[in-house]
Design a protein around this ligand. Structure first.
Ligand SMILES: [Zn+2]
Length: 214
């Protein structure tokens, strides 16, 4: 059984958390699992207040397993001030409903670590998705209590392969995000790098899911 902690598509294999944006006409299937949040690319002054209100309603639902993806992106989106304000408000919602968060951060790692320190009260998992950094950055984030999620593309990069090889077994997830490469392939690559069997990797991922998401 595979755990796919972050995807934008439905594949219906094992446990998968599908990511959506909050909206008035959102349709959730009671059988599926979701993360819902205002993506930093799309956070804007016109719509964020209403989306936050919608998110606060959706966050109460049991099939909404996490708030996300939320965060800050230096390459795309509004100013850091605005993005971090919307990010913080969504962390408050996650705190209120005791949900983990799925974090999207590009080139704002120091800012992210500072914000996590501000929200020490939010003790659910902070899963940084699409991690593509090196071993030093992995160690720094794990020391701060982050859980890292890796996709297929990241596991092709030498520096991230090294980080993945070293990361503690209870500190990572695997994901497909919006890639067409199936989760099986991500597991294959991950098991090979970690030098563990498929069944062991599946057990490890299931344990991580149970401990951070239920
Ligand atoms: Zn994504």
């Amino acid at each position: 059984m595979f755990v796919n902690i972050h995807t934008h598509n439905i594949h219906q294999e094992g446990i998968e958390i599908q990511n959506l944006m909050p909206s008035l006409d959102i349709k959730l299937n009671a059988e599926h699992l979701y993360s819902i949040g205002i993506h930093p690319w799309y956070a804007n002054a016109e719509s964020y207040a209403q989306e936050l209100e919608q998110l606060a309603h959706l966050a109460a639902l049991p099939q909404v397993k996490a708030i996300g993806e939320i965060g800050m992106d230096r390459v795309r989106g509004e100013s850091l001030d605005f993005q971090s304000m919307v990010f913080r408000q969504q962390i408050e919602i996650a705190y209120q409903y005791k949900k983990p968060i799925i974090v999207h951060v590009v080139h704002y790692l120091d800012e992210l670590i500072a914000i996590k320190k501000d929200y020490a009260k939010h003790t659910e998992a902070w899963v940084l998705h699409a991690f593509q950094g090196n071993k030093q950055s992995m160690q720094q984030l794990c020391r701060q209590g982050f859980v890292l999620s890796f996709g297929y593309e990241a596991l092709q990069k030498n520096k991230t392969i090294e980080a993945f090889r070293e990361i503690a077994l209870d500190s990572f997830f695997l994901e497909t995000d919006n890639s067409a490469i199936p989760i099986e392939k991500v597991y294959e690559k991950a098991a090979q790098i970690k030098n563990i069997s498929q069944p062991d990797l599946q057990k490890i991922q299931m344990n991580n899911y149970m401990s951070y998401f239920s």
